[in-house]
Design a protein around this ligand. Structure first.
Ligand code: FE2
Length: 376
């Protein structure tokens, strides 16, 4: 282990067996792990940047038995850094930014994954922390997971949400019913097939988890299917970067005004990218897409070509995983990423699902807490 201090005191070069990395004095001071800078219990930062002098430099740095001991000027504050912590937080060599990259910790999938999707029995998930951790990890990585062996009783879907988080209540209520109705106010309640879509793109923020739980399924057909929207967007990018760009670079309006006192709207692109270019959301729901006016005149035909082509990719059986949802079975989707659909079913018999919304932060939080040793 070796450290070299820049003559200006503004940067420090750290070399270990794993390589060399530079750190800035202001970054090191801001990230000091001493108990006056970070709360020992929860790691919350106890100082604001205004408490740290703008002209902070390193006046001395030494390798000691305790780690790397740094003296910051003008405060005269001494802080010792754990080399393992520093190595885990290197920022000197950033990977290249790739437009359309998958978010950290996720991977794309298509129909080939059908036999390898995260699936677990509800009683197991409720009692076995290791099983829950694996199922949550699959849900976070793939944006989709199945549950089997649940009770056939109303409200049982909340037991799935209880595994990782909290219900996101909306104007549809704490849960919504999906069943055949003679006079539908929403196309999801009729017997026709639906194109794969994300739910509620007109909300801001959009619900990031949807749970759909089957209570009755005696009608013919009506199979469920899911499609990885990120994989579809990446296929569009590889086919036609111009089409990907026009969907990513322009917001479009999504609207819902179906019942009294409710007029929801949001403006977002169909393909949403983060500032690093990585995918961060898909909104694909033709039923609630308003009149597009944020696309320049000379790009409107390209936008329609792109939206049409993305729809064709979504509809391609090579991209989809379909399955029959039986009573007591359910699935969860990352609603910012994975599109879901129901195939057409006949009018004889019944099909009754209950759905609710929740959020992906709870999925990742519970997974990571379990990984860190927390037990229910
Ligand atoms: Fe839906």
């Amino acid at each position: 282990m070796q450290i070299v201090l820049d003559p200006t005191g503004r940067t420090l070069t750290y070399t270990s067996r794993r390589g060399t990395a530079r750190f800035h004095a202001i970054w090191l001071r801001d990230n000091a792990q001493d108990p006056k800078t970070r709360a020992p219990g929860n790691g919350q930062r106890l100082v604001a940047l205004r408490d740290i002098p703008q002209d902070t430099t390193i006046s001395a740095a030494n390798v000691t038995d305790a780690g790397i001991t740094i003296v910051f000027a003008p405060e005269g504050k001494t802080v010792t850094f754990d080399p393992d912590w520093l190595e885990a937080h290197v920022y000197d060599q950033q990977p290249d930014r790739v437009r359309g990259a998958m978010p950290h910790g996720t991977e794309p999938w298509d129909a080939a994954i059908s036999t390898d999707l995260p699936t677990a029995a509800l009683p197991t998930l409720e009692t076995d922390d290791t099983a829950l951790r694996g199922w949550l990890d699959g849900a976070a990585r793939l944006g989709f997971a199945r549950v089997t062996d649940g009770p056939v009783e109303e409200g049982a879907l909340f037991r799935i949400v209880d595994l990782f988080g909290h219900v996101r209540e909306t104007n549809y209520g704490r849960l919504f019913e999906v069943r055949t109705e003679v006079n539908p106010t929403n196309l999801a309640y009729t017997g026709m097939g639906l194109q794969a879509h994300t739910d509620n793109p007109y909300r801001d923020p959009v619900p990031t988890v949807q749970v759909l739980y089957c209570l009755e399924s005696s009608a013919e057909g009506g199979d469920s299917m899911v499609v990885d929207g990120f994989a579809c967007a990446r296929r569009l990018l590889s086919e036609s970067p111009d089409l990907f760009d026009v969907l990513a670079d322009h917001p479009v309006p999504f609207e819902y005004a179906g019942s009294g006192g409710v007029h929801l709207s949001a403006r977002r692109p169909v393909i949403e990218l983060g500032p690093d270019g990585a995918l961060c959301g898909i909104r694909f729901n033709n039923r609630s897409l308003g009149a597009v006016t944020d696309v320049p005149f000379d790009k409107m035909e390209t936008w329609y070509n792109a939206y049409r082509r993305l729809g064709e990719i979504v509809d391609d059986p090579a991209m989809e995983v379909s399955f029959r949802l039986n009573p007591g079975e359910a699935f969860v989707v990352d609603n910012t990423r994975v599109l879901h659909a129901r195939k057409a079913y006949s009018g004889t018999g019944t099909r009754w699902l209950q759905g609710c919304y929740a959020d992906m932060d709870g999925v990742r939080s519970t997974r990571d807490a379990l990984a860190a040793g927390w037990r229910r």
